[in-house]
Design a binder for this molecule. Structure first.
Ligand SMILES: CC(C)(COP(=O)(O)OP(=O)(O)OC[C@H]1O[C@@H](n2cnc3c(N)ncnc32)[C@H](O)[C@@H]1OP(=O)(O)O)[C@@H](O)C(=O)NCCC(=O)NCCS
Length: 174
């Protein structure tokens, strides 16, 4: 378990499946997220029951509030190799009542600190839809910089949006 100032990050449990199913069916939550085809509750429960253990190349963690221990989101560090010392992040808070309270910033900070300190990564990257202002703001607060722009890379709300590639190098975490 990784402890931040306001959140803890912990491995996922089979019992988390129903919460994820609810999040994935909430339009406000998935608005800026790229998902594959919809999963039924039975499919997501089966996937969680067989979930692979966390490894260097894929670390999947649930985000809980530190005080109440409510599961509010998920954070993944993926595709790391010791040779490249880089990884990509996928991140969201599914519990929208908890947005805007600093949990997202603290969770990203905690995840990246783990990536640099424990996994000895040199760089962490992510893609975010350019119009997702709150997410871009969170990543900038943590220290991520804008590396580049992929034009019309995301389709949502009936139109195309650019995506931004952002990265954080060791020593840049704020
Ligand atoms: C984006 C998300 C991670 C942010 O988490 P959060 O806990 O709400 O973020 P925080 O409270 O830590 O910080 C939010 C920051 O964004 C700012 N913000 C919020 N809405 C904003 C908006 N519409 N425009 C600009 N800034 C905005 C806040 O003011 C705050 O910055 P500040 O501290 O400088 O005032 C979360 O809302 C979320 O997961 N949303 C749905 C899924 C998603 O978009 N995930 C990211 C995919 S890359």
């Amino acid at each position: 378990m990784l402890t931040g100032e306001h959140v803890v990050l912990r491995p996922l449990e089979p019992g988390d499946a129903d919460t994820f199913h609810r999040w994935h069916n909430d339009r406000d939550v998935v608005r800026w997220l790229a998902f594959d085809y919809d999963e039924s509750l039975a499919q997501i429960r089966a996937r969680f029951a067989e979930r692979q253990v966390n490894t260097y190349s894929k670390v999947v963690l649930g985000v809980e509030t530190r005080v109440t221990r409510q599961l509010i989101g998920a954070a993944t560090l993926r595709d790391a190799t010791p040779e490249t010392a880089r990884a990509e992040v996928d991140f969201y808070l599914g519990e929208k009542d908890q947005w805007g309270r600093g949990y997202g910033t603290d969770a990203m900070r905690t995840l990246c600190r783990y990536g640099f300190d424990a996994m000895r990564l040199h760089s962490i990257a992510l893609w975010v839809v350019a119009d997702n202002d709150a997410a871009v703001r969170v990543y900038e607060k943590v220290g991520f910089r804008h590396d580049g722009r992929h034009r019309d890379a995301f389709r949502g709300q009936g139109r195309w949006h650019d995506m931004i590639l952002m990265s954080l190098l060791e020593g840049e975490l704020r």
